[in-house]
Every structure is written in C-alpha cells, then in structure tokens.
Write a new protein. Structure first.
Length: 379
C-alpha cells in the first residue's frame, strides 16, 4: 500500500545536516549553550527577516505569547480576545499571564472575524490576539480599525513564518508577536523553541527580562519572571533552516497549487482560499468535506496521514468550559470544525504522492473511477 505521511521532516534534515553538525561542534567547543553567540546571530537574522527591530528567542511558542502579553503589561483584570478556532496554546497563554480569555468567532477563511470581534469588545478589553492560521495572516488592518490604537494587537504567528500581508511579513503587523519553532512548523527547531517579535524597544527589553528570571544580568531580578531562554543548539538549527525558508515556502505554494488543480473537479471538496493581499505559506492545506470523520478514516486506512486542525473550537474544550454553555455561540467555528480536513503538505512531497492523496479523497467522497482517472490529467 502506498503511504503518504502527514509530515516528513527527514527531507529537510538532509539539506541542513552538515551545516547543523558543524554549528553544534562550534557550540560544544565554546560551551556557550544558553543565550550565546549563536542565539544572538539567529535573533538578529530573524528580526531582519520579519522586518522588526527585535526578535527575542524563548523556550516555546506558548511562552512567546505569554511573554508578549506580559511584556505589554497585560495581566489580572484584563480581557484578551482570542479566535475560537486556534490551537489551545493561544488561549492557554492568556490564562498563564493572569488575564481573562474572551473568544470570538472566525470567518469562512478560518480567520478571526473583525465584525464578530466588534461585538465582544468591552471596557475590560486590553488586547486582541490575531492568529495567522494555517499559513496566512488574519485581517490585521480591519482588526486594528475595529479596536483602535489603545488596545494591544498581538499576532500569533506560529503557523505563518514568512507569510505576508500587503507586502509586510507576519510578525511585523501588530504591536508585538509570538511564534513557535516546534519541529513541524515552516521554520522548525529540533525541539521546543519560540520567539517574540516587536519593533518596540520597551516591550523587547521587558520580554528579555521576563524570559530570564526578571533580569538582564546574572543575579539581577527586577521583577518576577520565568525561565524561557532559547538554547544555542536550537539557534544553530533555526539559522540553517531560516536561510532556506523562502525556497521551502515557495515549494509549499506550488504544492498547494497542484492540490487546487487536482481537486478542482470535486464539487464536494472546498479548497482553501488565499485572502486578497495575503501571501500564503501553507503550513497546512485544509479542505472542507462532508462526512469528514468517515472520509478521514478512509484516507488513513489507505496510508494517507491526513488530520484535523482542530476538531473542537477552544471554548468547547473541557479545560475552558465556563458556567455558560459555549456551544452555539461560535456558529462558524463550530460548523467548520465538523468539515475541515488537513492534507499532507511539506517540502519534498512528490507529485505522485499528491496524485494518490487526491485519488483516494475522490473515492472516499463517492466519485466514480472515471473521475478519479481524470485527476492525474489535471496535475
């Protein structure tokens, strides 16, 4: 049976293995494992890539969002609005910062709906987290117009390294941003890692203190912080991969274009739409299908590592259940959660593998063998 994994990181590793091995040797020889020269070099390169003044390496993407919140003074007594359809870490970081999470619905592009956001604003709202989901940016200009200049706009850019909105990179569109370098991201480490990005010197200095026990120097503790520092070995990996990120993202877009062609003759499959003004980097290629759970099971049974990102909106998860039932309050996110299906997409995915995925998807939704045969011609 043909198999197509959801993700194959070994293909990336072969391109950077020698460079990373040499970088590890330099770090080990210098014994500079935490916040050393390799971290400084990566932070400078990533800040330049994103188009911001500062990138501060931290331990995880969840830490990055929490520290972005704390770095702007957000904490107990403050409300932070988060899209209902995101990874749980976005909302989790708000609670870890001591603030209150308020959810808003998404639009048909899976992104935070500015008009629904408007209905969730109150006098307690201090920040909005715009999640750049699946590889394209949220409608940050429209969101800013809704919330005004006094509410902090934070980007969750964990799924959008390299994405652009009207020519500007994700990470440079709000007041401050957080990203994850979890191994499966477009720019992934060989373990957990993250970064905070901002052009505000004041926010950057506070985040640098907070990530390092509340101080900028050893035994200097100006406030209660945490231990969330990017290590030098991960910085070596990230620097090697950053140099190739543009070409890898371009390959993802070509893979997405092929999926678009292959699936264009399947009326029951809704392909992802790139919002005008956005340059998508397709961290995930998410289609919508009827009877999604059955379709997913059939694809998995035929060796295709398809998945769901994400099966439940965050306010419906037990960890976020409140006294008022959330079901029915986020109709778009709730409906999409029953339809979405993530197909394999990553640099190195072969055309033959995409043909197989499209053919099995067509069969699973009841297309005839004649339709399936015609899929390859579209590729």
């Amino acid at each position: 049976m043909t198999t197509v994994p959801m993700l194959d990181l070994s293909l990336q590793h072969t391109q950077v293995a020698d460079e990373i091995r040499a970088g590890f040797d330099r770090v080990i020889a210098s014994s500079s494992y935490i916040l050393g020269p390799a971290v400084d070099e990566f932070e400078a390169a990533f800040a330049d890539y994103c188009g911001v003044a500062h990138a501060i390496g931290v331990g995880t993407g969840t830490d990055a969002i929490e520290l972005a919140l704390r770095g702007t003074g957000i904490g107990p007594g403050d409300d932070v609005i988060v899209p209902a359809n995101t990874f749980v870490a976005t909302a989790e970081a708000v609670l870890r910062a001591g603030a209150t999470v308020v959810f808003a619905d998404c639009d048909e592009n899976f992104l935070l709906d500015p008009e629904d956001l408007r209905t969730r604003l109150t006098s307690r709202t201090r920040a909005v987290i715009a999640v750049h989901l699946y590889g394209q940016t949220a409608a940050v200009d429209e969101i800013r117009a809704v919330v005004g200049p006094s509410i902090v706009l934070i980007e969750d850019a964990a799924q959008a390294q390299g994405a652009r909105h009207r020519g500007r990179r994700a990470g440079s569109l709000g007041d401050v941003a957080g990203t994850s370098f979890y191994p499966g991201k477009n720019l992934g480490a060989y373990g957990d890692a993250g970064a905070v990005m901002t052009s505000s010197h004041a926010i950057a200095e506070r985040v640098r203190m907070l990530r390092n026990h509340g101080g900028l120097q050893k035994y200097e503790h100006l406030e209660v912080g945490t231990n969330s520092r990017l290590d030098s070995l991960q910085a070596v990996v990230l620097s090697a991969k950053l140099a190739r990120l543009e070409s890898w993202n371009a390959e993802r877009r070509k893979l997405a274009e092929r999926y678009d062609r292959l699936l264009s003759g399947l009326p029951l499959v809704t392909c992802p739409r790139t919002v005008p003004g956005n340059e998508h980097v397709f961290h995930q290629y998410v289609v919508r299908v009827p009877e999604r759970d059955r379709v997913l099971a059939e694809l998995n049974a035929h060796g295709i590592g398809a998945g769901i990102h994400y099966p439940l909106p965050v306010p419906l998860l037990p960890a976020f259940a409140g006294p008022v039932p959330a079901r029915g309050r986020f109709p778009v996110a709730e409906r999409l959660a029953t339809e979405i299906l993530s197909l394999p997409i990553y640099p190195g995915l072969e055309p033959e593998q995409q043909y197989y995925v499209a053919e099995q998807l067509a069969l699973s939704i009841g297309r005839t063998p004649a339709v399936v045969t015609g899929i390859r011609a579209a590729g």
